[in-house]
Design a protein around this ligand. Structure first.
Ligand SMILES: [Zn+2]
Length: 153
């Protein structure tokens, strides 16, 4: 049953990054199921992240809809766990690839930021805050394309 739930949860993506599933983002920390209820534990990428409510509702909606079809319990509980705090280390390799393909530079522990388009390392910081507070806005000096960098934290 857990496998089925994980399969279904892959459909739930970050509201801001539609190519990145919440599982690959590392937001879904735990899934439990018994005869009556599915319990999903999530950790927000940062506390007060406005997208969290959307994510929570998406999880409930998709599990109810898809779960009904495969005979899973339709009582869904989402628990928000703040500690330990989410870190960019929790983004899976698959998730990082998806980000890069989408044109967002994934967080890197080396601190080396390159252009997702042309892979040039000649980049400049335009703003500490990109489209959301989680990202910084950069521009590639080579192809001149602006891009978001998913900040490490
Ligand atoms: Zn470039």
């Amino acid at each position: 049953m857990l496998n089925k739930i994980h399969q279904i949860l892959k459909q739930v993506t970050d509201p801001e990054i539609p190519v990145l599933s919440l599982q690959d983002l590392g937001v879904i920390r735990n899934v439990e199921v018994d005869d009556k209820q599915i319990t999903v534990t999530i950790t927000p990428t940062y506390s007060g992240c406005p997208a969290m409510e959307v994510m929570e509702q998406d999880i409930i909606d998709v599990l109810k809809k898809e779960g009904l079809r495969v005979g899973l319990p339709t009582t869904i509980k989402v628990i928000t766990q703040l500690s330990p705090a989410w870190t960019t280390d929790w983004i899976t390799d698959e998730g990082k690839k998806a980000l890069l393909k989408y044109g967002i530079m994934p967080p890197t522990s080396s601190g080396e930021i390159m252009c997702p388009q042309c892979k040039s390392k000649e980049v400049e910081l335009l703003s500490q805050f990109g489209s959301t507070a989680c990202k910084a806005l950069y521009r590639c000096k080579k192809c001149l394309e602006p891009f978001d960098y998913f900040k490490c934290h």
